[in-house]
Design a protein around this ligand. Structure first.
Ligand code: ZN
Ligand code: FE
Length: 259
């Protein structure tokens, strides 16, 4: 069995820790900070076997160097399209990797938009999507165009509905606050708010969530929904035709509210 747990870091990052039952080989995704990872490995009795990196931002990569000092043998997987010191296995779209002793093969998906070379890892019903998809939100477009991000999110949305999306940040409640401006009457969104508030008040993460759930509540996956198109058109004051235009407008709308 595959065990997956979040290691909280900084204010709102999650570094995902993976291990197979009965194995002492740990794998972490996007270790922005080494300290909490080393503590978690120690607490769980694990040796670090591999690191998976989704993109170059320091809140996802800042711990690599110190982790390698402790575990020089660890294999560090990351996007071929970005310069990230410490990476030993450069990955391209469609590559398949079997990190550590997880017994899981992950497929690499190119998902540019947040950064130019951002990748995601998909295997055994789990998706590690870094800062591309958040629950009820998506990453900001730092290095990509709305067209690119729109295609990246469509790739993710096309995965099976029961896929669990392990996002790298706890942004859900903030994202819901914005999503309600886009779809104030979406009953699934309002239900998600109640659920997420309860999870946070119990100190639990609101992620992972399933892609089926995200398709019902995430405005960035819902450009095809008439109400989302209408809201985006009302915000921009013009007619929007392509899904990328609608997506880009909703993204710009959120950026202008939350800068
Ligand atoms: Zn980022
Ligand atoms: Fe981040």
């Amino acid at each position: 069995m595959l065990n997956i747990s979040p290691i909280p870091a900084f204010g709102d990052n999650y570094i995902w820790l993976l291990c197979a039952s009965g194995s002492t080989a740990g794998v972490v995704v996007d270790p922005g900070d080494a300290g909490p990872v080393l503590e978690a490995l120690e607490r769980e009795g694990l040796e670090l076997a591999a690191i998976l990196i989704t993109h170059h931002h320091s809140d996802h990569t800042g711990g690599i160097r110190r982790l390698l000092q402790h575990s020089p043998e660890a294999i560090v997987y990351g996007p071929a399209g970005e310069h990230i010191p410490g990476i030993t296995q450069q990955l391209h779209d469609g590559d398949r990797v079997r990190p550590g002793e997880l017994g899981v093969e992950f497929e690499v998906l190119d998902v540019p938009g947040h950064t130019a070379g951002h990748i995601a890892y998909y295997g055994a019903g789990h998706l590690f999507c870094g800062d591309t998809l958040f629950s009820v939100g998506c990453g900001r477009l730092f290095e990509g165009t709305p067209e690119q991000m729109s295609v990246s999110l469509a790739r993710i949305a096309a995965l099976p509905g029961d896929t669990l999306a392990y996002c790298a940040h706890e942004y859900t409640l903030d994202n819901i606050g914005f999503a309600k401006w886009v779809e104030p009457d979406n009953p699934d969104l309002l239900a998600r708010e109640v659920e997420a508030r309860a999870q946070r008040s119990r100190g639990e993460p609101t992620v992972p969530s399933t892609l089926a759930q995200e398709l019902k509540v995430n405005p960035f996956l819902r450009a095809h929904i008439p109400g989302v198109k209408q809201a985006a058109e009302q915000f921009s004051g013009r007619t929007l035709t392509s899904p990328a235009e609608i997506f880009g407008t909703v993204r710009y709308w959120k950026d202008s509210r939350y800068d």
